[in-house]
Design a protein around this ligand. Structure first.
Ligand SMILES: *Cc1c(COP(=O)(O)O)cnc(C)c1O
Length: 341
């Protein structure tokens, strides 16, 4: 048995999910004739109280399409220095949209309205790039699953409106924030112009992301998805997995959060651990004491068939998920407690 805690993307479809995939009614989605894709898009548009949604193969492509919808070449977006759109999308911001990033030194991947305000280039000052978009991430990935407060996101929305800036949410793990803080998803629809969500993370579908927005901004989304190579045909099979996941795997995220908190508490007690960051959702970030070799620690865990990730600069990451069972959890906690270098 392998205990794989590197990411919540490692889950395999459950038997009932495979059954939902098998039974899906499909059609050619490039002609918009796949009933299951259409149903998923409608379901998610309603979920966030918006009027349009589009299925994408990956979260990266959904984010990249959103950035293209909001910007013109030579313009600039504002994001936290740890943002996925800047760090983990292969430089696509410049490749796909010809846009630069103004990075803010935020707190656990989150930035404030006043930090954003200080970083908007004056629109009349034509020497600097025109600021046109703000990208937030909720929950934050590199920031350890941290969640924005609704009040901060509302303040950022007001600032963006005042300054004529688009506001995009990279909501790969928005589900975790909604469940952890018992939020009404329609608030997100009121705050953001566009929202990307992943079905392939905590929800446990094999693939798929959806970009949600209002029809005015989304008019061009089909064209951009086509340009990026993301127009797919009988992809209702994968949309069926997404619908199944939304109906059956959303509420249970609470269990992943509980296990992550228990791991964080166990780690905090270990003499070999220097620091554990606050654990709000399903991601635990921690640092080893300086006299412990990170490489050896990871190898020792691997000998017990336990996988976790290193994010560089001494940062270690554990992500709980659907396939991390109670039995695995007990074994992992015991391993952490008994570990000595
Ligand atoms: C996983 C993730 C994405 C999208 O990743 P894909 O692997 O392209 O689906 C986007 N943003 C964040 C914060 C993520 O964690």
């Amino acid at each position: 048995m392998t205990i794989d805690l590197r990411s919540d993307t490692v889950t395999k479809p459950t038997q009932p999910m495979i059954e939902a995939i098998r039974l899906a009614k499909v059609g050619d989605d490039v002609y918009k004739e796949d009933p299951t894709v259409n149903a998923l898009e409608e379901k998610l548009a309603n979920f966030f109280g918006m009027d349009s949604a589009l299925f994408f193969p990956t979260g990266t492509m959904a984010n990249q399409a959103a950035i293209k919808l909001h910007t013109q070449p030579a313009e600039q977006l504002i994001a936290d220095k740890w943002a996925h759109v800047f760090n983990y999308e292969g430089g696509g911001v410049s490749f796909n949209s010809g846009v630069s990033c103004k990075l803010i030194d935020g707190n656990r991947g989150m930035i404030t309205a006043s930090q954003i305000e200080e970083n908007i280039n004056p629109p009349d000052f034509y020497h600097s790039p025109l600021t046109s978009l703000v990208c937030l991430e909720n929950t934050t990935n590199k920031g350890g699953g941290a969640c924005y407060s609704v009040a901060e996101m509302q303040a950022i929305n007001e600032l963006c409106k005042k300054n004529n800036l688009g506001l995009h949410l990279d909501g790969a793990r928005i589900w975790n924030a909604i469940i952890a803080n018992n939020e009404d998803p329609r608030q997100y629809g009121e705050i953001f112009d566009t929202i990307s969500v992943c079905l392939s993370k905590g929800l446990g579908a094999p693939m798929g992301s959806v970009l949600i927005g209002n029809s005015e901004i989304m008019k061009n989304a089909m064209r951009i998805r086509k340009v990026l190579g993301g127009g797919m045909r009988q992809v209702g099979f994968m949309a069926a997995a997404g619908i199944y996941a939304l109906d059956n795997h959303l509420e249970r995220l609470e269990e992943d959060h509980k296990k992550a908190k228990e791991i964080a508490q166990a780690l905090a007690k270990q003499p070999y651990v220097k620091n554990v960051e606050p654990t709000e959702t399903n991601i635990v970030i921690f640092y080893l004491q300086t006299d412990i070799s990170e490489e050896k620690f990871l190898k020792d865990l691997l000998k017990k068939n336990i996988k976790i990730s290193s994010m560089g600069q001494g940062k270690l990451r554990i992500v709980t998920h659907l396939d991390y069972t109670n039995e695995m959890h007990d074994m992992f906690l015991t391993t952490l407690t008994n570990y000595s270098k």
